[in-house]
Structure formats: structure tokens, C-alpha cells
Design a protein. Structure first.
Lengths: 371, 98
């Protein structure tokens, strides 16, 4: 019988939640790495028992943890993230050059085919890769040394590389996104990169249509159609039908088009999910109502999903890596909040149930569908 | 034999309880003790000092015999009481963050 395993990273540790395919009752293990921030955990598509976790604190820095048994036990692996060559500078908040400095790993993306190969998106923005299961990490410097690099500047949360998408049909194609530089694509396995921000419009930068400088919050793709990308930008929900070469806005009737996560239904490539947030200065749902919005038309036409979600006095946020979907026949959708709740839906978002209510602030949620 | 007291998070990471003990040849200095700790507990590399610059992480402090050695040069000799093992070398997570 199928089962699912949720990997939840929080401000104060990691949790592993498991359920059978009904997704009604959940077992919770954790906290793992108690007291540490766990920005992200993800399992290998090639070996579901192989998990990786990014663990950090302001005191003791960055660690990477690896599990070979589905999260029952963990071992620290390599944590040496050193930029290739002379790091140079990017723009600081005040517009002055600022030396590139490693802060933490925001996102871990295991290879689709090799459990020992993992990509890491870090702050200050750069892409690293391990090919020995996390022992050694090497930068793919072509991204950071792109000629636009010196003009990149941090978003409010730091200059983080937070999104990494590996194209299942084109093994050498990688998409990444950086706050607040924008989206980039490599067609040669990470050696060279091109900005893919044409069509984005950001009023908060000097040139709203600039080639780089956009605060992309997250990008999602359906694996059956990797040329179609969906983006939650700082403001605006966007769509590309040409692998990021151009974008058009699909915010449509959303109550606000600010938000962080965006995801795609496992079996319906035109069904997408966002969580509208009031504004960039008020990081909570409009009117105190926690609503996931679903579009079954690839954007523009959105419906609120409210059944089982708090519809009053709710002032949590849902961060960019804190939403995910499973691949069971009836697609499960999950998200975690900064208030410590993890909500799940086993019917593609029609109804929701809190799986846990009192975790530390949730930073990331990933799911593994296990057979 | 040098006695070292690690902060709680690093004890958990190193899978030890209580003090740890390391051997340092000759006169113990800050850097010699840190080198010995990292050799015995490789998972602590990068958590006390930067991998490349070897600079102390900003929110980590070094104490010995009720003195703060955090800002001293890495080759500063440690007190004889630490060298003899009668007093521990303390690695402390600074009180910060509210």
C-alpha cells in the first residue's frame, strides 16, 4: 500500500511525518536537530530512503545532514561551502559593493537519477553541487560569475538562491531563482547561465522591466511539461510557456498577487496553487482568512479553497518552500505556516485538515510518495 | 591532556556528554586546542571557526580560568591550569538573540 512521508523544516528543528495512503492519521518523529533552523529537507527521487537536510544557526553556522533510512537516523556530512576563486562583490542594500559571503543553504535539490548528487542553493546566491552524497561541495561558478552578478542585490531575507528545478526531459537544463536577482536557466548542466526574466515587471526597481533585479519568490513546474513554468513573484503570479524565455501575468482574480509558494497539481499540469498574502509589508493573509487559491486553467481564473482552513483571526505566513504535492491518485497538497501548523488535503485542496498545530515556525515542507 | 567544555549544541553534534579531552603536544594555545578538537571530532569543523579564514565565529566565545580569550590571537598560550588539566577550556555559545 502506498504511503507518504512529509519532511518539515522549522525554526527549531526538523520533523518527519508519515501516513498511509489515506492520509488521515499521521505519525510524527522529531524534532531532529533540535534548536537549529532547518531551512530545507528533501529526499532523493532515485532512492527515497536517502534524505538531505540543511541545518544552520547564527551561532555555529551551516551543517548538512544525510539519512540513509528515510529519516530514522542522520549523520552530518560536508559543510564546507567555499566560493570558487575570488568571490568579488554584489550590490548591498544601500547600493554599494558588498563582498560575497556564504551565510546558509536555503534549498537542497537531489538529482533525479543519482542519490549521491545534490544541488544546493545558498546565500549569498550561488549554486553548489555534491557528487559524493554530501561529503564535498563544489560551486558551479558560472552562475555567480555571470556578468550581471555584480549588480545583484539581496531581498529582505538575504540574497538567497532558493529555487532549483531540474528538467526531467533535458538532463542538462537547470532553472534557478534568486531573491532579488531573478530567474536564470542553464542548458549546459550549470556551466553557463542566461537570465530568463523577460516579461517580468517590478515597480520597486529603477527599471521595472530590467533583465535582472526581480524578486522572484518561487518557480514551479509539472514534470510532464517542463517548458511550462509558473512563478510567484514578490508581486504578480506569472507563467511561461517557453522555458522561461518570456513570461506573462496570470494573477487574474486573486485578492492579492503577493505571496511566496506556488505549486502544480501532480496529475493536472494546468492546476496550480498559491497562497495570497496581503502585501510585502503585511505578511499575513488578507482579512485574517487563510485561503489557498487554485486555478484549474493555468492561471487567471482562481478559486479560494477554505474548507478546513481558519477563516478568521489568522495572521500567519506560508514561506516559499513550505508547500508541496504528493503523487497519489487523489493528489495530496500540503503546506506549513509560520504559526507552526501543517495543513494537508487529500482531495487536491477541496478540504483541509491540520496535521499538526503547534510546531515551531515552518520553513519548508516536502513530501515523498512511497510505494 | 586538555579538558574542553563544548556548548550543548556542539556536544549533541559530536555525540558526547560532559567534557571532552584532547591531547596537545607542547605548550597549548587556542589554535592548537581547536585543531585537536576538530581532529577528534571532524563534524565540528566549520562550527567553531570559519573553514577557510579560521576566524572564530562571531557568536562563539573562548573562556579559560575566568578570563575571556575570544579576542586574543590564535597562538595565545593558554593558562598553565588548562595545560595541566586542572581547569577546562570553555567554548561558549554567546548569549545573543533575546
Amino acid at each position: 500500500m502506498s504511503s507518504v512521508r512529509l519532511l518539515v523544516g522549522t525554526r527549531k528543528g526538523a520533523f518527519v511525518l508519515t501516513s498511509d495512503g489515506k492520509r488521515e492519521r499521521w505519525d510524527v518523529s522529531g524534532p531532529h536537530f533540535a534548536g537549529w533552523e532547518v531551512y530545507h529537507m528533501k529526499g532523493s527521487p532515485a532512492d527515497p530512503q536517502r534524505l538531505y537536510a540543511s541545518q544552520s544557526t547564527g551561532w555555529f553556522g551551516q551543517l548538512i545532514q544525510r539519512s540513509n533510512d528515510g529519516g530514522k537516523t542522520w549523520e552530518p556530512v560536508g559543510n564546507k561551502f567555499v566560493y570558487d576563486g575570488e568571490p568579488g562583490t554584489h550590490m548591498w542594500y544601500d547600493g554599494t559593493p558588498h563582498p560575497w559571503k556564504f551565510a546558509r543553504v536555503w534549498h537542497l535539490e537531489p538529482s533525479l537519477t543519482d542519490p549521491d548528487t545534490v544541488y544546493a542553493g545558498v546565500e549569498d546566491a550561488a549554486l553548489f553541487r555534491t557528487t559524493d552524497a554530501g561529503i564535498n561541495w563544489e560551486e558551479l561558478p558560472g552562475l555567480r560569475t555571470h556578468n550581471s552578478g555584480p549588480s545583484w542585490h539581496p531581498g529582505a531575507g538575504g540574497m538567497c538562491l532558493h529555487t532549483i528545478i531540474l528538467d526531467p526531459k533535458h538532463p542538462d537544463r537547470i532553472f534557478i531563482a534568486i531573491s532579488a536577482a531573478g530567474a536564470f536557466r542553464s542548458d549546459d548542466a550549470g556551466k553557463t547561465w542566461k537570465p530568463i526574466n523577460h516579461g517580468l515587471k517590478s515597480e520597486g526597481i529603477p527599471n521595472p522591466n530590467a533583465e535582472v533585479g526581480h524578486c522572484v519568490h518561487r518557480i514551479a513546474m509539472h514534470k510532464s511539461r517542463p517548458n511550462v513554468l509558473f512563478m510567484q513573484k514578490h508581486w504578480d503570479v506569472m507563467r511561461s510557456d517557453d522555458s522561461g524565455d518570456s513570461w506573462r501575468e496570470v494573477s487574474g482574480n486573486l485578492p492579492t498577487d503577493f505571496g511566496f509558494p506556488i505549486d502544480v497539481h501532480a496529475h493536472e499540469p494546468e492546476t496550480i496553487y498559491v497562497v495570497p498574502i496581503k502585501s510585502d509589508s503585511e505578511h499575513f493573509p488578507p482579512d485574517g482568512k487563510l485561503r489557498v487559491y487554485r486555478s484549474k486553467s493555468g492561471g487567471n481564473e482562481w478559486e479560494p479553497l477554505t474548507k478546513g482552513l481558519p477563516q478568521r483571526d489568522c495572521y500567519v505566513n506560508v514561506l516559499r518552500d513550505a508547500m508541496t504535492v504528493d503523487t497519489l491518485d487523489s493528489c495530496g497538497v500540503y503546506f506549513g505556516t509560520t504559526g507552526g501548523q501543517v495543513y494537508g488535503s487529500s482531495d487536491a485542496g477541496d478540504t483541509w485538515t491540520p496535521i499538526v498545530r503547534d510546531f515551531p515556525a515552518v520553513l519548508s515542507v516536502e513530501v515523498q510518495t512511497l510505494s | 591532556m586538555i579538558r574542553v567544555l563544548l556548548p550543548a549544541h556542539l556536544k549533541t553534534l559530536a555525540r558526547v556528554s560532559g567534557e571532552v579531552q584532547v591531547d596537545v603536544a607542547g605548550q597549548p594555545t587556542i589554535v592548537a586546542v581547536l585543531d585537536a578538537i576538530e581532529a577528534s571530532y571532524p563534524m565540528l569543523q566549520g562550527t567553531i571557526r570559519d573553514h577557510v579564514t579560521q576566524e572564530r565565529r562571531p557568536f562563539v566565545r573562548f573562556f579559560a580560568c575566568e578570563e575571556d580569550y575570544s579576542l586574543e590571537p590564535p597562538d595565545t598560550p593558554l593558562p598553565s591550569a588548562v595545560a595541566k588539566g586542572t581547569e577546562p577550556f570553555l567554548i561558549v555559545g554567546a548569549m545573543a538573540g533575546g
